[in-house]
Write a protein that binds this ligand. Structure first.
Ligand code: GLV
Ligand code: MN
Ligand code: MN
Length: 414
């Protein structure tokens, strides 16, 4: 393996959206362009390419036993705004490197690029991995971005014929492996080249609305106001304080609070706040949800407003599969284990498919920013671990792997 090709491909993906950093919003022309690049590289590697109804991309190296469920390796190609070069993209590029070096085994090995992992555009992420595994419901299609474009409209504009409710869009794999940058400081702090992921954080995406009363900014005395913007500010302070009381819980308001009607000289009649709330286990996530809801009620009460809270996405914390942890551990001898505080497509599939993740170190622990960096030799290490693990899993018959079925592949060939 050479670092040069990995670097070249990550640069090509990074350049896609223009501007500073990675800019590939979910279900946008820039995400499409990234998928088109990856599809070209899959073909170059001799893989059979295809897409499913929501636009997830697959590149298959057929195995000798087509009745056995596939081994999937991959990640996502969308990015946060002004994102880094490695988040998601490395998982796809590293999987391509690994699979392009495999000889066909017993099982088919497939490189996968999922749509919309990040979730920031519609407040409801993991669209690709939820859709392919039959867990994206109709309500999710009505979520809208800040311009009012719904998931349903974005899918129609992109030509993706997805409709919920028909189970898996393609046959379920036997296992999913994801290589990813750690996005935190643990591995770099231990000077470790690789890490094996034990568990992945639980995530709630919430939409909190405060309703007050509009009024004149100059003539309405402070005591007479029902200011929804003030509620939103008070809520953020209270929610952050509440999260600090729960070990390893975090709460973030990272996108603009929508203030209506939105004029400097009109008191806000309504505000909408999107909240990302995370905790490492189910109990703490439930505790955090109650604490955030209480913070909204208290903020509304303090300023004479009403409030309403919707959970737009709930992804449970999950454990990575012990068999796959061992397989990855054999390919990454001596690598420490660590939990993931970032969300990943692997956690969506974990309920129904064994998943394993390998992390490579993030310099300075920085991610979701153009300064995100991972040393090229560490990127190659990650690809090599995928190669070792995929080699072992592709050779496996039924033993230790679930999810086999005899149905023929429904990947549309492109
Ligand atoms: C994905 O990057 C997430 O953890 O939000
Ligand atoms: Mn990611
Ligand atoms: Mn990310």
């Amino acid at each position: 393996m050479t670092a040069a090709r990995v670097e070249e491909r990550l640069d090509a993906l990074y350049a896609v959206g223009g501007g500073e950093g990675a800019n590939r919003p979910a279900l946008s022309e820039h995400e499409d362009a990234a998928h088109a690049l990856a599809e070209g590289w899959m073909r170059e590697a001799g893989l059979e390419t295809g897409t499913d109804a929501i636009g997830n991309l697959y590149g298959r190296l057929p195995g000798r036993a087509p009745g056995l469920a596939e081994i999937w390796c991959g990640s996502h190609l969308d990015s946060v705004p002004r994102g880094g070069r490695f988040d998601g993209a490395l998982g796809v590029v590293a999987a391509l490197e690994a699979v392009s070096r495999l000889e066909p085994g017993t099982r088919t090995v497939t490189v996968v690029a999922f749509r919309d992992e990040e979730g920031w555009r519609f407040g409801d992420g993991f669209l690709g991995s939820r859709a392919v595994s039959g867990r994206l419901d109709t309500a999710a299609l009505d979520n809208a971005d800040h311009d009012g474009i719904t998931v349903r409209e974005a899918l129609a504009a992109g030509g993706y014929p997805f409709t919920p409710g028909n189970g898996w869009l393609v046959p379920a794999p036997a296992a999913f492996l994801e290589a990813h940058i750690e996005q935190g400081p643990v591995l770099a702090g231990q000077d470790a080249a690789l890490g094996i992921v034990t568990s992945i954080v639980g995530i709630l995406e919430l939409r909190v609305v405060f309703a007050g009363a509009a009024g004149h900014a100059g003539t309405t005395p402070m005591a007479n106001r029902r200011d929804a913007a003030l509620c939103a500010a008070a809520f953020q302070v209270r929610a952050a304080a509440a999260a600090r009381e729960i070990a390893d819980a975090v709460v973030t308001v990272g996108s603009a609070v929508v203030v209506e009607p939105g004029a400097t000289n009109v008191i806000a009649r309504r505000t909408t706040v999107r909240v990302d709330a995370r905790a490492p286990d189910t109990e703490r996530l439930a505790h955090l949800e109650r604490a955030v809801s209480r913070a909204a009620d208290e903020a509304a009460q303090a300023h004479g407003c009403d409030t309403h809270l919707d959970v737009t996405m709930r992804i449970d914390p999950v454990a990575c599969d012990p068999v796959l942890r061992d397989v990855l551990g054999r390919a990454a001898a001596g690598a420490p284990s660590l939990p993931s505080g970032a969300g990943h497509d692997a956690q969506v599939l974990a309920d129904v498919v064994p998943v394993g993740m390998v992390f490579v170190p993030s310099v300075g622990g920085i991610s979701h920013d153009p300064s995100e960096h991972t040393r090229w030799r560490d990127c190659l290490n990650g690809a090599n671990v995928l190669l070792g693990a995929a080699l072992e899993l592709a050779a496996a018959d039924q033993s230790g792997l679930e999810g086999d079925n005899a149905s023929s592949s429904r990947l549309a060939s492109t």
